[in-house]
Design a protein around this ligand. Structure first.
Ligand SMILES: NC(=O)c1ccc[n+]([C@@H]2O[C@H](COP(=O)([O-])OP(=O)(O)OC[C@H]3O[C@@H](n4cnc5c(N)ncnc54)[C@H](O)[C@@H]3O)[C@@H](O)[C@H]2O)c1
Ligand SMILES: [Zn+2]
Ligand SMILES: [Zn+2]
Length: 367
């Protein structure tokens, strides 16, 4: 079929929205009609050429939600008409990692996905016979996509898809960092660095876990206002003095849980140093620039602080994304404030500009 899609032609250049061809789903694959898709930092990072593992031409986009149009041979878990959220982090349910409760990093299709191919090593996207690669196994800056069944989470039909799409990346990453990676305990003191989509999700996750105190730190007063709306009990403007302030407020010990959602390695260091001696856990969700490293004085670790990273919030997508979406339907997660702009696919580059200018939290493409 023919469809419109935003293609990364050249790194550092705007995406080009154009007609491309999409082949039928093969066995184990599903054709999805996109209804909504958020514009995320990873799309911009790849488009800019800063990501050394990027490739072109490719159809970008990974924060998608839509409706199953047709399924390939052997697909049993979803059917035409189902509402789905796309997963760049799939869940095959069978690999060593899927069988362990300790990680969400499914091993099933990683290699092909990282190269821009579907699991059989080919693409369904093309233009006049020339293959176009898939991005993150999702390619959701397009009217339709073909994806493996194991990379689709079936969600409630009651969820507005322009909200559900945020669970495909940013929101689940933040919520999950608190709920599934750190497993915040009731009554805890938490500090969240960064109040973008990921940090705000972490604030909400800490609240849902029953944290007593949630301190959110950002440079923008406007974003801190949103953090209060998600349950932050304290909001501070970031800077050099934050670690000292956390210690002052915690009888010199530090916070039970800290979260880093800025991508800045200096802030990551602050998050480590703000974690409580004895048992403080620092969860790093931000993606640092190429070649950057995180400096930690080993004494912080010896005295009981722990550091861990979190990819997609540790969320096992097929199982847990539908649960998170349900919690938003139950009124426990307020998604609407995150959708700051609704744009058309043709305006996808404006979505990048808005993100660059930190204008709003998420631009959502409305197909
Ligand atoms: N681990 C994952 O799976 C995953 C998934 C999605 C995004 N990410 C990463 O998470 C990070 C956050 O994503 P986002 O969409 O929320 O980004 P964002 O840019 O919208 O938010 C980052 C926030 O950090 C704040 N900030 C910058 N410097 C600060 C400082 N010194 N102190 C306190 N706050 C500061 C900014 O004001 C901004 O509000 C990015 O690095 C992104 O690449 C990771
Ligand atoms: Zn993303
Ligand atoms: Zn797996």
């Amino acid at each position: 079929m023919q469809m419109r899609a935003a293609v990364l032609e050249e790194f550092g250049e705007p995406l080009v929205v154009q007609e491309v061809e999409l082949a039928d789903p093969k066995p184990g694959e599903v054709l999805v009609r996109l209804v909504a898709c958020g514009v995320c930092h990873t799309d911009l990072y790849t488009a800019s050429g800063a990501d050394p593992s990027g490739y072109a031409p490719a159809v970008l986009g990974h924060e998608g939600a839509g409706v199953v149009e047709r399924v390939g041979e052997g697909v049993r878990s979803v059917a035409a008409g189902d509402h789905v959220v796309t997963l760049f982090s799939p869940q095959c349910g069978e690999c060593e990692h899927c069988r362990s409760p300790r990680t969400n990093l499914c091993l099933a299709i990683r290699e092909q996905q990282n190269q821009g191919y579907l699991p059989d090593g080919t693409t369904r996207l093309s233009r006049r016979g020339e293959p176009i690669r898939h991005f993150m196994g999702t390619s959701t800056f397009a009217e339709y996509t073909v994806m493996p069944e194991i990379a689709l989470a079936k969600v409630s039909q009651d969820a507005p898809l322009e909200h559900a799409c945020l669970f495909a990346c940013g929101l689940s990453t933040g919520l999950g960092a608190a709920m599934f990676t750190a497993k915040v305990e009731p009554g805890s003191t938490c500090v969240v660095f960064g109040a973008g989509m990921v940090g705000l999700g972490a604030v909400a996750g800490c609240r849902l876990q029953g944290a007593e105190r949630v301190i959110c730190v950002d440079l923008s007063e406007e974003r801190l206002e949103l953090a209060r709306g998600q349950g932050a009990t304290d909001t501070w403007i970031g800077g050099e003095d934050v670690v000292g302030r956390v210690l002052d407020e915690t009888r010199g010990f530090g916070a039970d849980y800290t979260f880093e959602a800025t991508g800045n390695v200096e802030v990551m260091r602050q998050a480590v140093e703000s974690a409580r001696m004895g048992w403080g856990l620092c969860t790093v969700a931000g993606v640092a620039g190429k070649g950057e490293t995180l400096d930690i004085v080993p004494r912080y670790l010896i005295t009981g602080r722990r550091v861990c990273g979190s990819s997609f919030g540790g969320v096992k997508g097929r199982e847990q994304v539908p649960q998170l979406v349900q919690r938003s339907l139950d009124g426990e997660i307020d998604v609407a404030p995150f959708v700051s702009h609704r744009i058309a696919l043709d305006d996808v580059n404006r979505g990048f500009e808005l993100m660059h200018a930190q204008d709003g939290i998420r631009s959502v493409i409305d197909f």
